[in-house]
Design a protein around this ligand. Structure first.
Ligand SMILES: Cc1cc2nc3c(=O)[nH]c(=O)nc-3n(C[C@H](O)[C@H](O)[C@H](O)COP(=O)(O)OP(=O)(O)OC[C@H]3O[C@@H](n4cnc5c(N)ncnc54)[C@H](O)[C@@H]3O)c2cc1C
Length: 465
């Protein structure tokens, strides 16, 4: 059996590995348009050591991902973060990251003093007395709901800053069911129980449930402390190289596929030789729309509703980190006057294995959905914005600290936007695929943008194929 996989990002490489594991006789060929594998996983060789310019970590409570990395022989290469807290820059000042929130959405005004206006603090605490939320089965904008219940401050200063760090989009453009299913499930449960639907009530319920889960784990494992993230010693290159090596697949780089058509006994790829029995599309949604147009034209319209958000990462290595705050990083509120960056990761503070290299490693991130201009800014300007913003926000003078290495990575269409229409579109595409024969899809737009979600989704697609 010949199987073609289009795209050698995390989804395509995971699927290639998994297919080989399930069927050693399958002949798998992976076609990658770029001149390297990995897609949005990209580790750059800094003189001080391998440094990630795309994803840098994964959600470590996803045990399935950790087990998968262990299966690949990478279990010993996983590192825990320092646990140093992150900060939030809003209203021209640094604040501790508010504790006791669900993705930045508070259940009460406690701990938010100074970060948002007094009127908004009072509004959060009075929200339980407002008319109940109208909650249905479809999805709605997360930013829209929080604005309606708590006001603009909470979205612009807190929630969008947190969600923007994950999705490169403001909360207004993201769906609740699509990006915060825990909140959606809680509202569903409260509705089913006939409880009055309020945002503060739902968030408090989520926080109580999380506390109970952590307490139960701590009872089983004394000293248990939830570890949220983990990262590879040598960056994500360890993962994409291991997957490629162990996949047994023929991987073609510089191999752009421009179309797929049915052929006698299977499928033909424009840009590849021969006929394939099965094809996996592990490409971003707009490309998948273009590639499916001949064999599954009905999938084109729903695929085109999935938009992409662009961003830029500027990686900077300083000889000295003196004066850099002792924190893991800083998230910047939307539209802070004079600030271009949306976030800083103090990688050498966040990750002890990177701190051990000496000096300081900082990643500045720019760009949100709907504001792509910054992604096209001049490279020198981007470095200046990164250094100027860092100095204005923290006082750390990067130029004086000895900027020994810089890498600017633009991610055009780096992340799919999980808008309120997203789940309906994916479910429509899925049902069309279940009728189609021997073709499947995988990738960041299908079942979550994070590394563990993509691995789980790609492994399922491999098993189906
Ligand atoms: C800046 C940034 C930071 C991130 N940080 C994290 C993080 O810390 N933790 C986390 O869990 N996730 C993070 N993510 C998300 C995660 O990295 C991505 O969602 C994931 O890597 C996407 O994998 P994929 O295989 O779905 O897609 P891609 O990586 O986009 O792979 C698709 C591949 O298909 C190729 N391709 C496209 N068209 C064609 C064609 N016509 N023919 C052949 N090949 C084609 C592309 O070149 C690409 O290599 C981050 C993403 C970005 C952009």
């Amino acid at each position: 059996m010949r199987i073609a996989i289009i795209g050698a990002g995390l989804a395509g490489l995971t699927a290639a590995y998994e297919i080989h594991k399930l069927n050693k006789d399958a002949e798998v060929e992976v076609f990658e348009a770029a001149d390297r594998i990995g897609g949005k996983l990209y580790t750059v060789p800094f003189a001080s050591g391998p440094t990630d310019m795309g994803a840098e970590a994964y959600l470590a409570f996803r045990q399935d991902a950790t087990d998968f990395f262990t299966e690949l022989g990478l279990g010993e290469h996983l590192n825990a973060p320092s646990g140093l807290p992150s900060l939030l820059y809003a209203g021209g000042a640094l604040h501790p990251m508010p504790a006791g929130t669900a993705m930045g959405i508070p259940g009460s005004s406690e701990g938010l003093e100074g970060l948002i206006s007094k009127e908004t603090l009072a509004r959060i605490d009075a929200e339980a007395d407002a008319e109940p939320i109208e909650w249905g089965e479809g999805d709605v904008s997360l930013g829209g709901l929080v604005r309606e219940r708590y006001g603009d401050d909470v979205v612009d200063r807190v929630v969008s800053a947190l969600q923007g760090g994950v999705y490169s989009a403001s909360s207004d453009d993201l769906g609740i069911r699509a990006t915060l299913p825990e909140l959606a499930r809680t509202l569903d449960a409260m509705k089913a129980e006939g409880e009055k639907l309020t945002l503060s009530g739902a968030v408090r319920r989520i926080l109580d449930q999380r506390a109970a889960r952590n307490a139960a784990r701590a009872e089983k494992v004394p000293g248990y402390k939830p570890q949220v993230f983990a990262a590879f010693t040598g960056g994500y290159a360890e993962l994409y190289e291991a997957l490629a090596e162990q996949s047994g697949a023929a991987i073609h780089i510089d191999a752009f596929i421009s179309g797929v058509s049915r052929a006698k006994g299977g499928y033909q790829l424009k840009g590849a030789d021969g006929v394939f029995d099965k094809v996996l599309f592990a490409t971003p949604a707009p490309t998948t729309a273009m590639l499916l147009k001949d064999i599954l034209p009905a999938a084109v319209a729903p695929l085109k509703t999935i938009k992409l958000a662009s961003s830029v990462v500027v990686g900077m290595k300083f000889d000295s980190g003196e004066g850099l705050p002792n924190n893991s990083g800083i998230l910047v509120a939307i539209d802070e006057p004079g600030v271009h960056a949306k976030a800083f990761t103090f990688s050498s503070k966040k990750w002890p294995h990177l701190g051990a290299r000496g000096g300081a490693l900082v990643r500045a991130s720019f760009g949100r959905f709907g504001d792509d201009a910054i992604t096209r800014a001049d490279e020198d300007d981007l470095v200046d914005y990164a250094l100027d913003d860092l100095q204005a926000i923290t006082g750390f003078d990067g130029r004086a600290a000895g900027l020994s290495e810089i890498y600017v990575q633009r991610w055009f269409g780096g992340l799919p936007v999980y808008g309120p229409q997203h789940l309906a579109a994916v479910s429509e595409i899925r049902s069309l695929l279940s009728d189609a024969q021997s073709v499947d899809v995988a990738g960041a737009w299908v079942d979550g943008v994070g590394v563990p979600a993509i691995i789980a989704d790609a492994r399922k697609a491999a098993a189906r194929l």
